[in-house]
Design a protein around this ligand. Structure first.
Ligand SMILES: Nc1ncnc2c1ncn2[C@@H]1O[C@H](COP(=O)(O)OP(=O)(O)OP(=O)(O)O)[C@@H](O)[C@H]1O
Length: 794
């Protein structure tokens, strides 16, 4: 086992004082028997990922000494092996022990005589090695199994380590395949690409090479095809890839130009994957089967919901009357399209509502819920057994907003469905027991999540989907909301009239202009609630530092100030800006606690964002919180570093192993900010990011701002964003809907025609804004963006 230059310890495990079942990480002490290190201070602490480790057993650990800043010297094991009984005497007592009933001293001696001092290894390698004892198949098998059971996990992990998988990946692989791991990897290392998160083609390919699988081996071709489909879908957000493009890119990855008939072999590989139900090929499109199934399933579920809806029991007259009551109770008079939206949502099984900021989507959700309850004599008491309204949104923030505005329980879609975000393909499909389902921020819902949601809806339910179709599409594949709208199969209202005027906001108008592709002169002029600072990417960090320090001098809480950027890399990228801002608002000082993960440092009061979904802690991807406590390992009995984070009143404690689930959040990506709003948004855009700059990106960023917007960067970068419309994603959801509803694209439901309400006094409003001499103090408590920019604005 040992490479002679590796450091090792042989010793008996005394006490295991930390175990994480998720990744098999353990910390324990051993009583040393032998080592090639210069450690002479008695028992040593060993850390690493191990399968079964038993106290009082002897093991050999290989790895290296580390000097932990808090715990001092310890041994980080990269591989380990149970010490096997070696000499003749130990082996005989091992085999004749109670562990192996049926083998007495005599038989044990026979085994050692026949197989020698490495009898155990021989039995592990060849299960027939004990046949000569003629114990009968059953007994022999029991003995072999017993020996294997004790040694397999460590053997597998040891071998995975030899294959250069780190401890986390090794643990994931072992958790997937168990004791069959090595067999599986030998059969087809590329299966890892499909089965284990975090293993891509390149990784599997390195392993394959070690196992002698190279060139145009069909397994290699298969692995490359699967990985490339998933890579291309991730890159584009499309739900399929073009077969020609796929073949071209896979040929490049395989790098086997000399292979004759490579194209044919690739097509054979594709066929095989189709037969195995992994991919699907149709009309020159190659689909991940799960995505293709999702598109079909969405279409069919929507059809089922539509078909099983029995209509309503109330009259138009009753509706009109009820609407008046609702208007009165909310003190609002709905405009024509809003009124129509409310009526349509209540009379149809599936209804879509889209509109830009301030057009009244939330207002309409309130009206729908209220009118629905009255007209259907349904309870609005969530505690009642009969309560049958479900309100949900894709992010925790959006769900919270929905809950606050309706006064009813609202939750994330994951929570509603009881999903953890780590489901595999075989999870039990949820069902939704409600009569009215309203989803907000629908543009963020991707194909797979929507499939799970809509498949869960039971016959007779009314579904209302609300969002802003012009925002960035979902992170995951597809553009469900705009596909549903563009199919024109479902009644839809596009709200265009802007109602939020009470704050003299020019930001909302700006957002609408951007959405129309209008580059108005005023975009770069300073207004009461927004401003623009022209600078290049090199100056962005300095400009931002100034804005941020001025804003905190003026009493702005950093929680209300959000920097949004398109990319992680670069001077004006998210990673750099986070460090820059952290040093301004929360710098290190003597005696302050600080912990680090990789290059990131965390201190109390740091603003952080959560990156995964953990429903059990009620924290979801994208939620922003503040570090309120740092508990160092030396301060607790478990010897684990911990961060305590306050997510809007919900305090969550994260052990060090979970710190990869957060990052600094002074600056976050525009994508991540979808579904959230902030008092002040600072938006740096620079020419270097040209690849990312699209209208829906800028539109999404601008619409995140509730009160103040400071744009920073290259003028051309902003102009370019407004000009460049994003390409639509390639999907076939519309086609699946047409097929399921048996309609042709041109035969769409006629009642949709008058649904698209033209903006009423849209340009008038714009003119008004442009011609008004705006008081820079309006609505801002005497604070304007200028106040933050004295130096740069001079
Ligand atoms: N018909 C109306 N008459 C008067 N005020 C209205 C009307 N409709 C909406 N409003 C008001 O306009 C403002 C924006 O409405 P609402 O919050 O519902 O829009 P929204 O589309 O949900 O916006 P956002 O997406 O930015 O949250 C609110 O203050 C709301 O009370």
């Amino acid at each position: 086992m040992a490479e002679s230059n590796k450091q090792y310890f042989v010793g008996t495990v005394k006490a295991i004082f930390f175990e994480n079942p998720e990744n098999l990480f353990k910390i324990f002490t051993i009583k040393i028997k032998k080592t090639n290190t210069d450690w002479d201070a008695g028992d040593i602490v060993v850390t690493g990922s191990f399968g079964e480790i038993s106290e009082e057993e002897e093991y050999r650990f290989e790895g290296h000494m580390v000097d932990h800043p808090k715990y001092g010297k310890q041994f980080q094991a990269t591989s380990y092996k149970r010490s096997l009984p070696s000499g003749r005497k130990e082996l005989i007592s091992f085999f004749s022990s109670d562990e192996f009933p049926g083998i007495g001293k005599k038989k044990a001696e026979k085994i050692v005589d026949k197989l020698g001092n490495n009898a155990i290894d021989k039995i592990l390698q060849d299960p027939h090695a004990l046949d000569f004892l003629k114990l009968g198949e059953e007994k022999t098998n029991t003995i072999v199994e017993q020996i294997s059971k004790n040694h397999q996990t460590e053997q597998v992990l040891y071998q995975l380590n030899n294959y250069s998988f780190g401890s986390t990946l090794s643990a994931r692989i072992y958790q997937k395949y168990g004791v069959q791991t090595l067999e599986k990897l030998n059969d087809d290392p590329y299966q890892l690409v499909l089965d284990v998160k975090g293993v891509g083609f390149k990784r599997a390919d390195e392993l394959a090479k070690k196992l002698g699988i190279t060139g145009d081996d069909p397994r290699r071709i298969k692995g490359a095809l699967i990985q490339m489909v998933s890579l291309m879908i991730n890159e584009t957000g499309d739900t399929f890839v073009l077969q020609t493009e796929l073949i071209k890119r896979v040929s490049g990855v395989l790098n086997t130009n000399s292979t004759p008939d490579l194209n044919k072999k690739l097509l054979d590989g594709l066929k095989k994957l189709v037969n195995d139900g992994v991919l699907l090929v149709e009309d020159g499109h190659v689909y991940d089967k799960g995505l293709s199934d999702s598109e079909w399933s969405i279409a069919q579920s929507l059809k089922m919901i539509t078909d099983t809806f029995k209509g309503v029991s109330w009259t138009k007259h009753q509706f009109k009357k009820e609407l008046k009551h609702v208007e009165k109770s909310f003190s609002v008079q709905y405009d024509k399209s809003q009124e129509r939206a409310i009526e349509q949502s209540l009379t149809h099984s599936v209804f879509l509502l889209t509109g830009g900021p301030g057009t009244g989507k939330t207002t309409i959700i309130n009206a729908i819920v209220s009118a629905y309850a009255k007209l259907n004599d349904a309870t609005l008491d969530p505690a009642s057994e009969d309560y049958a309204i479900a309100l949900a949104a894709p992010t925790g923030r959006a769900a919270k907003h929905m809950g606050e505005s309706t006064g009813l329980p609202a939750m994330t879609i994951h929570r509603l469905l009881g999903l953890t975000g780590t489901e595999d393909d075989e999870f039990a499909e949820p069902t939704l027991d409600c009569k009215l389902l309203i989803i907000d921020e629908m543009s963020m819902v991707d194909t797979k999540l929507f499939r799970t949601l809509i498949d869960a809806v039971q016959p007779g339910t009314q579904v209302v989907l609300v969002g802003d179709k012009d925002q960035l599409p979902s992170v995951g594949a597809g553009q469900v909301f705009s596909d549903l709208i563009n199919s024109q199969v479902f009644p839809t209202t596009i709200l265009k009239e802007i109602h939020r005027q009470d704050e003299d906001s020019t930001i909302i108008q700006l957002a609408h202009d951007i959405n129309e592709g209008v580059i108005v002169d005023g975009i770069f002029q300073n207004r009461a609630d927004r401003s623009f600072i022209n600078c290049n990417s090199r100056n962005v960090p300095e400009v931002l530092s100034q804005i941020i320090s001025k804003s905190s001098e003026r009493g702005f809480d950093i929680a209300d100030v959000q920097v949004l950027a398109p990319m992680y890399r670069g001077q004006a990228g998210i990673d750099n800006l986070n460090v820059v801002i952290q040093n301004v608002v929360n710098p290190m000082a003597p005696k302050r606690k600080e912990v680090s993960v990789g290059n990131t440092k965390y201190r109390i009061n740091d603003k952080v964002v959560y990156l995964v979904n953990t429903p059990e802690d009620n924290v979801f991807n994208g939620e922003i919180g503040k570090i309120v406590g740092i508990i160092l390992a030396k301060e607790n009995t478990d010897h684990v570093d911990r961060l305590v984070i306050d997510f809007d009143g919900n305090e969550v404690t994260l052990d060090r192993k979970d710190w990869l689930n957060i990052s600094l959040a002074y600056c976050t990506s525009i994508h991540k900010a979808q579904g959230s709003e902030f008092e002040m948004v600072i938006l740096p855009l620079v020419n270097e990011e040209s690849r990312m700059l699209r209208r829906n990106l800028l539109y999404t960023a601008v619409t995140r701002s509730k009160r103040l917007l400071i744009m920073v960067g290259d003028r051309q970068a902003f102009e370019r964003s407004i000009r460049d419309q994003s390409n639509e994603r390639q999907t076939t959801l519309k086609e699946r809907i047409f097929a399921s509803f048996k309609v042709k694209p041109q035969e769409t439901v006629s009642e949709n025609k008058d649904e698209v309400t033209e903006p009423k006094d849209y340009h008038l409003t714009l003119d008004m804004v442009m011609n008004n001499s705006i008081d820079p103090m309006i609505g801002m408590d005497n604070v304007t963006p200028y106040n933050f920019l004295e130096k740069n604005n001079a």
